[in-house]
Design a protein. Structure first.
Length: 418
C-alpha cells in the first residue's frame, strides 16, 4: 500500500508542489539513487554541476525551418516509438482515444483480449474522419458520412447498401494499422504504417530496466490534458529538461523548491536520467546525513527520446510529451499527464484521494499556463527574427546537449530501424 496522505497546512504553491514528497514511500532507498544524490550534494556544496564536454552553437532555423520540420516528422516520428497515453486511460475493452500525431490522425483502441491497437482515423471509403470524439467506448465505429462501420480490431464490418456498391474484398479495406506496443504502463506508437515497433530495443537496456523498476503500470492517470501552442516542439522539450532556468522563470514556484543549475546526469545514449535537488536537502550541507534517506530530497527526471519528459516525484509521476504540428514548424501539441497511485492502493478514501490530486493538478496548471507557456511563446516569436543568431548552449545545459545530439543523429541516419 502506498503511504499517501492528504496535504495540509500549506498555502505556498512551491510547498504544495513538493510537500507530499516527504510523506510517502513510493521511492524506497536504494544505493544507486543515494550515490547520485551524494554526488549532487557535492555539486551543491561546491556550486558546480554535471557538465557537457563543450559549448554548442546553433541557429534559430532549427525551430523555424519547414523543410527540417518535415524531415523530423518523417525520419523521427515515422520511425521511432513515442508515448501517446498511459494504459489506464483506456482500461476496458472497446475504450478508445483519438489524437493528432505528426503524420497521421490516430484512433487507439483497447482490444477484447486486453491488447491495444492503433489505426489511422480515416474511413476507407471516401476518406471521412471516422471517430470525431476525443475518447469514449465503442463496439462499432461508424463513419458519419455513409455509415460504413468497423470493428474495434479495424476490420470492415459493413458497407451500407452493399448490393448497389459493387463487389469488393472487405478484408483488404479495413482500417490502416499503426505499430503499437504497451510497455511499462505506457502506450507507444510509431507514426507510420510500414514501420515496425520494438520499445525495449529503442529504450536500450539501462532505460528499459529503469522504467520497469518504477512499476508505472500500477499507477493510474488522474488527468491528461493537451494544449496546442504556437511553439516549436523542441523549444517545449528544451524547457522541461532544463534546471538552469528555475530561479529566474519560476521564482515563486519551482524555483523556491528546487535548486537551480545543480544536477547529476546519467547519459544512456538515446535517453538520460538526471537528478535535481529539492531545497529540503540544505540541512545536510553542513551536517553529516549518516543513514538518512537522501532520496527524499531528489526529483528524478528522464529524457525519453524523442519527445517526452518523465518527472518522478516521491508520490507520483508527471509525463510531458511534445509533438510537432503536422504542417507548421512554429506550432506543437503539449500533453501533460498526472500519474498517481490508485485510491484503493493508498490510505485515502475516494473523496480525499480526488481532492489531493485535484489540488496538485491545479498547481501544475498554474505553473504551466502562468509561467512556462508565455515564456516559450515569446521564444518562438523571437526565433523567427530574420537576423537572429547564432545562439549557444552552455556546458551546464547537459541534458539539452544530449537531446539535440540524439535528434541530429536520427536525422543524419535517416531514422531508426527496429
Amino acid at each position: 500500500m502506498w503511504k499517501i496522505l492528504s496535504s495540509r497546512n500549506s498555502c505556498c504553491p512551491a510547498r504544495q508542489f513538493h510537500q507530499l514528497a516527504m510523506e510517502n514511500e513510493m521511492i524506497p532507498p536504494n544505493s544507486a539513487l543515494e550515490d547520485r544524490v551524494q554526488r549532487a550534494l557535492g555539486h551543491l556544496r561546491n556550486k558546480t554541476t554535471d557538465t557537457y564536454s563543450q559549448i554548442r552553437s546553433f541557429t534559430p532555423s532549427g525551430y523555424t525551418d519547414p523543410e527540417l520540420a518535415h524531415r523530423e516528422r518523417e525520419l523521427i516520428f515515422g520511425t521511432v516509438p513515442s508515448i501517446v497515453a498511459h494504459g489506464s486511460e483506456i482500461p476496458n475493452p472497446n475504450d478508445f482515444i483519438t489524437l493528432q500525431m505528426p503524420r497521421n490522425k490516430v484512433l487507439v483502441v483497447r482490444q477484447r483480449d486486453g491488447g491495444v491497437r492503433s489505426f489511422v482515423n480515416i474511413c476507407r471509403h471516401r476518406g471521412a474522419l471516422l471517430e470525431p470524439r476525443a475518447s469514449g467506448s465503442c463496439r462499432l465505429f461508424s463513419c458519419g458520412y455513409h455509415r460504413w462501420s468497423y470493428d474495434p480490431d479495424g476490420a470492415l464490418r459493413a458497407i451500407t447498401r452493399e448490393n448497389t456498391f459493387g463487389d469488393m474484398d472487405r478484408s483488404q479495406h479495413g482500417l490502416i494499422e499503426l505499430p503499437t506496443e504497451e510497455r511499462h504502463g505506457f502506450i507507444w506508437i510509431v507514426d507510420a504504417a510500414e514501420a515496425k515497433i520494438d520499445v525495449a530495443a529503442w529504450l536500450g537496456p539501462e532505460m528499459d530496466e529503469t522504467l520497469r523498476g518504477y512499476r508505472m503500470d500500477e499507477l493510474t492517470c488522474f488527468r491528461a490534458e493537451g494544449y496546442d501552442e504556437p511553439t516549436n516542439w523542441k523549444i517545449m522539450q528544451d524547457a522541461f529538461i532544463d534546471v538552469y532556468h528555475l530561479q529566474y522563470a519560476h521564482p515563486n514556484t519551482a524555483g523556491k523548491a528546487i535548486h537551480t543549475n545543480v544536477m547529476t546526469v546519467e547519459d544512456f545514449g538515446r535517453h538520460c536520467r538526471f537528478a535535481a535537488l529539492r531545497k529540503t536537502i540544505d540541512r545536510w550541507l553542513a551536517e553529516d546525513p549518516g543513514n538518512a534517506n537522501l532520496a527524499a530530497h531528489v526529483t528524478d527526471n528522464h529524457l525519453l527520446l524523442p519527445n517526452s519528459t518523465l518527472i518522478r516525484q516521491r508520490d507520483h509521476c508527471e509525463l510531458l510529451t511534445f509533438r510537432p504540428d503536422p504542417a507548421e514548424p512554429g506550432r506543437s501539441r503539449m500533453e501533460m499527464r498526472l500519474l498517481v497511485p490508485r485510491a484503493e492502493d493508498t490510505e485515502l478514501d475516494n473523496d480525499a484521494w480526488h481532492a489531493l490530486w485535484e489540488k496538485n493538478w491545479k498547481i501544475l496548471l498554474t505553473v504551466l499556463h502562468g509561467e512556462d507557456f508565455p515564456l516559450l511563446r515569446g521564444s518562438q516569436s523571437a526565433m523567427e527574427s530574420r537576423s537572429a543568431g547564432p545562439l549557444v548552449l552552455g556546458r551546464n545545459e547537459t541534458v539539452n546537449h544530449i537531446f539535440h545530439r540524439e535528434i541530429a543523429r536520427l536525422l543524419e541516419a535517416g531514422g531508426w530501424q527496429a
